[in-house]
Design a protein around this ligand. Structure first.
Ligand SMILES: [Zn+2]
Length: 162
């Protein structure tokens, strides 16, 4: 069953049928139940973060995601956080988003993460953010993170501004 077929099935079910379908779909691996007890919503398989509360599959709130096989030095990571936060403030984001995700783009560039299409997180809500961060302090720091961490293909980077 495809995601859209499952969505259609849920759309056309009453409350009782809905919970049976959701539980069955979760057992079959087509959905997952948010583990945060205050939320406990069912989400489709492809969703990484719960769109209802913004937590991940383990029920953890949004947090930094450092890609790669090797840990990044704290000082480098905190410099990245400072620059990302300063950038968002300069752009007038108030309140600041809960997190910023730099999606993977290519391993051919010095920094493998997108510098033009980011994702801003506000709890469970995700917004695309188009910007140009080429040749900035942020792109320099991302290059250094890539060099230190040696990320694998398709590993995104997420950082919480502060
Ligand atoms: Zn949730």
């Amino acid at each position: 069953m495809s995601t859209s077929e499952l969505a259609l099935l849920l759309q056309h079910s009453d409350t009782t049928a809905r919970s049976v379908i959701q539980e069955t779909a979760a057992a079959a691996g087509l959905m997952w139940k948010c583990r945060w007890s205050l939320c406990a919503e069912y989400n489709i398989k492809a969703t990484e973060l719960c769109p209802h509360c913004g937590r991940d599959r383990d029920g953890h709130p949004l947090r930094d995601v450092q890609p790669g096989c090797w840990p990044v030095e704290d000082e480098l990571w905190e410099n990245l956080r400072t620059e990302v936060t300063a950038h968002l403030r300069q752009q007038g984001f108030d309140p600041l988003p809960d997190a910023v995700t730099f999606p993977w783009v290519s391993d051919e560039d010095a920094a493998p993460w997108s510098l033009t299409r980011l994702v801003l997180h506000y709890g469970g809500i995700q917004r695309d953010y188009k910007i140009h961060l080429e040749r900035t302090e942020i792109s320099d720091l991302l290059e250094q993170v890539a060099e230190a961490a040696e990320p694998s293909s398709y590993e995104y980077l997420r950082i919480l501004p502060r």
